[in-house]
Design a protein around this ligand. Structure first.
Ligand SMILES: O=C(O)CCC(=O)C(=O)O
Length: 268
């Protein structure tokens, strides 16, 4: 699949483009089953809410064949290659389960950590977000500051008071001050990413974004694939592979039906 010239122009201007309903209901059923499988894990790749519920599961494309297939879906790979002008690899993937009471994700740029910790040289990469649920203004949509793809790194490194191991890559947090955020929002505005389940966001990994707590009973699961151009690789190997890629082979796209082939395994 390829984006239209209008969609490419929108991405160039705002740093993101949303394609509503790109994935269809039978494909979402497969991803739903995969999401349940990975959120049952208890390894270090699962970050939890204070009450112990899973919040983010990292490395989904390495943990489950269905997510591996998603990372090779031509409907995602085609537009990503088109926007980056190169072949791509997955730098990081994750499931974010924003259940009722699910915690905030503070304002940040994904490239902040990828550059400073993982050594990814340039923001030639995308955060691809697949809405597994319908997202409305109510159930804690992803919010972003359009146009910040060209703002450079606006976050500042601060010692992370929650880091268990201060010698490790978790030593710092890369926060965006309220003053900086205020300036960016005054200049560019603020947008919320809403749409039906199956919609896919292609966002430059420098774009400032975050989300609030979900106080509704409506689940809001988003799957994330962060991809980079193949000549833009992390060079530090400071973090485990479920957080930062070690395999830089270009993704070989599968057929349009790559998720549907898993359908017979969807039960209960
Ligand atoms: O899904 C969310 O609530 C935000 C996630 C996010 O910003 C990220 O994973 O970079």
């Amino acid at each position: 699949m390829q984006l239209t010239p209008e969609q490419v122009a929108e991405y160039a201007e705002k740093g993101y483009v949303l394609v509503p309903g790109l994935l269809k209901a039978p494909e979402l059923e497969v991803l739903e089953a995969a999401m349940h499988a990975v959120t049952r894990r208890d390894g270090p790749e699962v970050m939890r809410e204070k009450n112990g519920q899973p919040h983010v599961v990292y490395g989904m494309h390495m943990l489950d064949e269905r997510f591996r297939a998603l990372s090779r879906h031509p409907g995602l790979v085609g537009p990503a290659e088109q926007l980056l002008g190169n072949r791509i690899f997955v730098h990081q993937s994750r499931v974010n389960v924003k259940q009722t009471g699910g915690a905030i994700v503070d304002w940040h740029q994904d490239f902040g950590t990828y550059h400073r910790v993982d050594g990814v040289p340039e923001p030639r990469g995308l955060m691809i977000s697949i809405l597994l649920d319908e997202v409305t203004a109510c159930n804690a949509p992803l919010m972003l500051v359009p146009g910040t793809q060209t703002a450079g790194l606006v976050s500042e490194a601060r010692i992370n008071p929650d880091a268990e191991d201060h010698a490790s890559a978790a030593k710092y947090r890369y926060d965006i001050s309220l003053e900086t955020l205020d300036g960016l929002v005054r200049e560019h505005g603020l947008e919320a990413i809403t749409g039906p389940a199956g919609s896919v966001l292609f966002m430059n990994m420098n774009v400032v974004h975050g989300s609030t707590v979900n106080i509704t009973p409506l689940r809001r699961v988003i799957l994330y694939l962060n991809v980079c151009a193949v000549d833009n690789r992390g060079e530090t190997f400071a973090r485990p592979e479920y957080l930062a890629a070690r395999d830089f082979s270009p993704i070989e796209p599968l057929g349009e039906d790559c998720l549907l082939t898993f359908r017979e395994t969807v039960k209960g």
